[in-house]
Design a protein around this ligand. Structure first.
Ligand code: SF4
Length: 375
């Protein structure tokens, strides 16, 4: 079922590795921005009247940095403008250094039933290096406030001086604090980020070292009862993120707010990244999209393969044949042959063998080449 994404672009401080559309110096715009966000929903409501949404996800930025009344208001506006399924999953991203008892009370009243913490690491020096505003004590305090609630924790690999022991401490902390879901991502570094200097100076672990940390972390997570269901995502039974599963199944979603992207009715749409332009557009009654393109059949096929092979459930081959009116086995014969050692097929599902999921990019390349050969 389709999902709703809401982008909150405000943060207290810009982290050294941040590539997201977020601002540390624009909190004065919070109220005006949220009013525009509510209006954007109004502008889209007729177009989406036949849809039923079953997930809502507040991401950013740092959704927990703004006054919680706006989160309450956004959920209320969604309920007013769109049809929701019974028991929707409603997730809010949290920075451990920005929450309080009264904020949590408002989130609960708003209907938030899943939280996602950006912990990143349980080593305070590494948090300081990343420019994060929280420390380990903040995370322990924040998770205590959410005792009994369903929450996830993001952790990061590839940090300066990071060892297996650091990964152990981080996973152990998230586990002991009651995280039902853990996302374990590798740090990606781009030119222009403050952390890029560390990369140039050779101070960050190389790809092989990160892969070794990943294998180690994956083993620990499995021992503690978190099953991998996507290359970077691990969950206790029944605690997978429904919102993200919809992305990987190439389901539809609508995004509201600055830089938000949507995939609806075969089109990929991206909102502007410029805060002034976003607000001007909305106030003039226009959808703030800067890019909208129909996905070709060929691109849709490759997207489906690429997303499905990130997951443990893999690609449903008979469903693929039916959806695209093509024989997967014939169209991707060369890729299947080249990747024979890395793939397995069970009950009509094709997936990457467990030990190779982390290196999926090289496996996808032959699929891309075969995809080009077919219309
Ligand atoms: S909290 Fe997240 S969005 Fe905000 S600056 Fe840090 S990495 Fe970027």
């Amino acid at each position: 079922m389709p999902g709703i994404y809401i982008h909150i672009p405000f943060c207290k401080h810009k982290c050294s590795y941040c590539d997201f559309c977020s601002f540390a110096d624009k909190s004065a715009y919070e109220e005006a921005y949220m009013a525009c966000l509510y209006k954007e929903m109004e502008l889209r409501k007729d177009q989406l009247k036949d849809y039923t949404f079953d997930t809502i996800y507040f991401g950013g930025g740092t959704p927990s940095v703004i006054d919680p009344k706006y989160i309450y208001g956004a959920v209320a506006q969604i309920q007013k403008c769109f049809r929701l399924a019974k028991n929707p999953e409603v997730t809010l991203e949290l920075n451990p250094g920005t929450i309080s008892e009264s904020k949590v009370a408002t989130y609960k009243r708003a209907g938030i039933n899943r939280y996602s913490f950006g912990l990143q690491t349980a080593i305070d020096e590494q948090l300081a290096d990343l420019g994060r505003i929280h420390n380990v004590r903040d995370y322990v305090y924040a998770t205590n406030l959410l005792k009994g609630e369903n929450f996830s924790t993001d952790i990061m690999l590839g940090l300066k001086n990071q060892t297996k022991e650091d990964v152990f401490k981080t996973i152990e902390l998230a586990y002991r604090c009651g995280s039902s879901h853990i996302s374990m991502y590798a740090l990606t570094v781009e030119d222009g980020m403050p952390i890029y200097t560390d990369y140039l100076n050779g101070e960050l672990p190389d790809a092989d070292e990160v892969a070794a940390l990943y294998d180690y972390g994956r083993g620990l997570l499995q021992e503690r009862g978190y099953a991998r269901y996507e290359v970077s995502n691990f969950a206790k039974p029944g605690k997978q993120s429904r919102h993200n599963l919809n992305y990987w199944r190439r389901g539809e979603y609508i995004g509201f707010g600055l830089s938000a992207s949507s995939f609806m009715m075969g089109n990929r749409i991206t909102n502007t990244f410029d805060l002034d332009e976003y607000m001007k557009c909305i106030l003039s009654g226009f959808i703030p999209a800067v890019d909208s393109e129909g996905v070709t059949r060929k691109d849709a096929r490759f997207e489906k393969i690429m997303l499905a092979l990130r997951t443990e459930e893999g690609l449903d081959v008979p469903a693929f044949d039916k959806e695209f009116e093509i024989s997967f086995a014939k169209a991707y014969e060369t890729a299947l042959r080249k990747n024979e050692a890395y793939l397995e097929q069970k009950g009509g599902r094709l997936k990457i063998r467990d030990e190779y999921l982390y290196v999926q990019n090289s496996i996808l390349m032959p699929f891309m080449e075969d995809n080009e050969k077919n219309k």
